[in-house]
Design a protein around this ligand. Structure first.
Ligand code: ZN
Length: 249
């Protein structure tokens, strides 16, 4: 059940020591949880409740960053999916809920190197927010105890291009309408066209920021949890070319 294999960089070790002392001061976290913060197990099971509950929202973000670094370096954690399946079958304690795009090139579990049971994932073209996804996020955080709501956009997003081009097609028309508010909100010098990758990515970044704002505005449940410090709501842009996840603050 322990996750001891991943050797964090020095700065993370320092951060953990700081967290250790502050948490021990609060007498709120068990030693096992403190020893087992990483998402990166070595053939061990999924996150336990103790491990997940011992993490702060910012530590969850740090773990996602470290996972993305492992992915980019080609040094992903050794993983036994069958062990993760077994360990999570009787209960799940994911640390984050991630709203990403359906794009086949942006599987959150892989680009963050997390395992079965570690994150909730919702995927829809253009990572747009809707009532059902808000309900899913509320379940993830208010019921299940996840610490992070994370909106994940990406470069060269076809849905963003479709919104810029006013594409109309069946039910896609209504979906793209949810992206369109990002277009006038995007400040951009240069050709504002779906043919301009920089512009497409700028609109996608705005779309992530508006998604975060929409979550806060339309979910008092999540907004309250964030104000109390129980969760954090943030997001990032994933670069298809180099694998970098660029966090928006
Ligand atoms: Zn996309």
């Amino acid at each position: 059940m322990r996750r001891m294999s991943y050797e964090p960089p020095n700065n993370a070790a320092v951060d953990r020591r700081g967290f250790l002392s502050s948490s021990l001061g609060a007498c709120a976290v068990s030693p096992l949880g403190l020893l087992s913060l990483q998402f990166a197990p070595s053939m061990s099971g999924s996150l336990t409740k103790e491990q997940r509950d011992s993490m702060t929202p910012s530590q969850v973000i740090d773990e996602l960053k470290k996972g993305n670094e492992r992915f980019r370096a080609g040094k992903m954690a050794p993983r036994d999916y069958l062990t993760e399946k077994r360990s999570s079958a009787s209960g799940q304690y994911p640390a984050a809920v991630i709203l990403g795009c359906v794009d086949s090139r942006v599987p959150a579990e892989i680009i963050f190197d997390v395992g079965i049971g570690d994150t909730f994932n919702g995927r829809v073209a253009g990572n747009v927010v809707n009532d059902d996804l808000l309900g899913s996020m509320e379940f993830a955080c208010a019921v299940s105890g996840a610490k992070l709501v994370f909106v994940l956009g990406h470069t060269a997003c076809g849905a963003i291009k479709g919104a810029i081009d006013d594409v109309e097609l069946g039910n896609l028309t209504g979906l793209l309408a949810k992206i369109k508010p990002a277009i006038p909100e995007t400040k951009f010098e240069g050709e504002k066209s779906s043919k301009n990758p920089s512009y497409v990515d700028a609109v996608a970044r705005t779309n992530v920021k508006l998604g975060i704002e929409t979550i806060r505005r339309r979910s008092p449940v999540l907004e309250d949890l964030e104000k109390k410090g129980s969760i954090q709501i943030t997001g990032a842009m994933y670069n298809l070319a180099n694998g970098v996840v660029d966090f928006v603050s």
